[in-house]
Design a binder for this molecule. Structure first.
Ligand code: NDP
Length: 234
């Protein structure tokens, strides 16, 4: 059954792969984009997820065009890598605001409609570093670990309303975010991946598609790691 889906940060990288995958299975897909134009063939709403008013307006546009949001993918995220010893307040707070604090106004508007419909799927895009930690990522890892606690708590609160909340924790994925890393750092990170390669964004999208689909109706509060085996810790 086709659903209305909103992918936050759906204009590139993992978010775009998710949006295309959901559109391919027949969902009515909206993507939020903070900059530039929406991707070709997808309905776009411009908004910065840290701006509550812009998010409210984006939800109103999606409802008007495609109906109430039934599938929400919280994917927009940033890094601000620095060693903790030289991290400023602003460096520390920026990923926390974008990746975690913004869920207050990005997730809440979807919940009311989902509760009314007694059906909903929420996927939060975290990261393997939420569990493993990473040098230079105290801020980012804290935000992504926070998403896991947030997601599991919300999963408990809404379970009886037919709404599932799950977390996908990707490992190194071939997007602009990883391309921005220095080559030497990328090479040494790849050496820690049992599969010896990065994920393609489409491989992460496959996990999101499963968790947001009809088949995953009894799966909630889980953290699905899509990381080429990194979580095994070898
Ligand atoms: P990209 O840097 O390629 O894309 C980030 C996306 O987030 C863009 O769509 C961007 O929009 C959007 N975004 C960032 N800040 C905001 C904001 N304030 N408001 C609205 N949108 C915003 O990242 P990836 O595709 O690699 O990452 C997607 C998610 O996956 C992130 O949450 C990331 O932390 C997570 N992740 C990525 C991994 C990787 O190796 N790539 C590994 C583990 C997790 P715009 O284009 O307008 O800037």
């Amino acid at each position: 059954m086709p659903r209305t889906a909103l992918v936050l940060g759906g204009n590139r990288g993992i978010g775009l792969a998710v949006a295309r995958r959901l559109a391919d299975r027949g969902d009515r897909v909206a993507v939020s984009h903070r900059t530039g134009e929406p991707p070709e063939g997808l309905f776009g709403v411009r908004c910065d997820v840290t701006d509550p008013e812009a998010v409210t307006a984006a939800y109103a546009r999606v409802k008007e065009e495609l109906g109430p949001v039934e599938v929400l993918v919280v994917n927009a995220g940033i890094t601000r890598d620095r060693l903790f010893v030289s991290m400023t307040q602003e460096d520390f707070e920026a990923p926390l605001h974008t990746n975690l604090v913004s869920t207050l106004h990005t997730v809440k508007p979807a919940l009311r409609g989902m509760m009314r419909a007694r059906w909903g799927r929420i996927v939060l895009v975290s990261s393997t570093v939420a569990l493993s930690g990473a040098v230079g990522q105290t801020n980012y890892a804290a935000s992504k670990a926070g998403l896991i606690g947030f997601g599991r708590s919300l999963a408990l609160e809404v379970a009886r309303h037919g709404i599932t909340v799950n977390v996908v924790a990707p490992g190194y994925t071939d997007t602009d975010m990883v391309a921005a890393m220095p080559e030497a750092e990328r090479t040494s990170l790849l050496a820690t991946v049992p599969m010896g390669r990065m994920a393609a964004p489409e491989e992460v999208a496959g996990a999101v598609a499963y968790l947001t689909g009809e088949d995953a109706g009894y799966v909630t509060g889980t953290v699905l790691q899509v990381d080429g085996g990194v979580a095994m810790g070898h």
